[in-house]
Design a protein around this ligand. Structure first.
Ligand SMILES: C[S@@+](CC[C@H](N)C(=O)[O-])C[C@H]1O[C@@H](n2cnc3c(N)ncnc32)[C@H](O)[C@@H]1O
Length: 251
């Protein structure tokens, strides 16, 4: 696992404020949720700091919730304050990114659409199930904490379809829990089960795998994979898999 990148990074306060501003008109819940998640989950700053989303990329966010990643990325185009807050030590800020989000829960889709309507064609959110939705053709696919909601066979199929949606040199940014990580993994699973019960009003099974198995599956599909711990500041066992296809097409 990559160890160079384990120090905690967070979004600069002014960038966080600008990214969450669009949720204010939707009321306290949507804004507080956006602020809490973008402010405390290390994955958002982690993606930006490392330059994992290039400028002008077409990005597919699978299981996008209320569109937080889109709000963050697009604030860099719409807000000079957000741009000015960009840390000099990070990779260059991505601009001109086009976002498409697929989300199962209609309420989340509605929140994303209402908060980010001003982005027009730059950010589209559709209600759909990742097991059947059309992924189109994109440069970067992002799946953060979503795949474990469907069976192992369905996960394999989603990953095959993600690969087909990417060009040579395209990348998949996949965050998963490491089922071999002991107590922190069980804790995150327990929290996940409770949150899912509250959201869906029913218990759902979670389908997890050890990190090594995720790495093998992605390698078998032809991805070159880096694993970066992505749970700093939380008691969980989450890992970001940065999976890249070779720049020239594989047979
Ligand atoms: C833990 S949340 C993560 C949200 C977002 N990726 C983030 O990191 O902020 C998981 C999301 O995946 C969505 N989801 C679960 N199963 C899905 C499916 N089969 N297709 C599309 N979205 C799904 C949930 O409704 C939820 O919004």
């Amino acid at each position: 696992m990559s160890s160079s990148s384990q120090s905690t990074v967070s979004l600069p306060p002014a960038l966080l404020e600008q990214a969450t501003l669009p949720y204010r008109p939707l009321g306290n819940f949507a804004w507080r949720f956006a602020h809490g998640k973008l402010g405390s989950d290390p994955v958002f700053a982690g993606l930006l700091q490392r330059g994992l989303i290039p400028s002008n990329a077409k990005v597919l966010d699978i299981g996008c919730g209320q569109g937080l990643l889109a709000a963050l990325l697009c604030s860099l185009d719409t807000s000079p304050v957000a741009r000015a807050a960009w840390p000099a030590s990070w990779a260059p800020a991505p601009t001109g990114v086009k976002m498409r989000g697929i989300e199962l829960m209609p309420r989340d889709v509605a929140r994303a659409q209402m908060a980010l309507w001003h982005l027009g064609e730059r950010a589209e959110f559709v209600q759909g199930d990742m097991c059947s939705a059309d992924f189109g053709h994109v440069d970067v696919a992002v799946i953060l904490d979503v795949l474990h909601y469907v069976s192992h066979d369905a996960q394999d199929d989603v990953l095959r379809r993600v690969k087909a949606a990417l060009p040579p040199g395209g990348s998949l940014l996949l965050r998963v829990g490491d089922a071999a990580a002991g107590l922190p993994f069980h804790l995150s699973n327990w929290v996940d089960a409770v949150v899912t019960f509250v959201r869906r009003r029913r218990f759902s099974s979670l389908y997890c795998r050890p990190l090594t198995e995720w790495q093998k599956i992605l390698a078998r599909l032809g991805f070159k994979v880096d694993a970066i711990p992505m749970h700093q500041g939380t008691p969980f066992a989450n890992v970001l898999l940065v999976a890249r296809l070779p720049a020239s097409a594989t047979p």
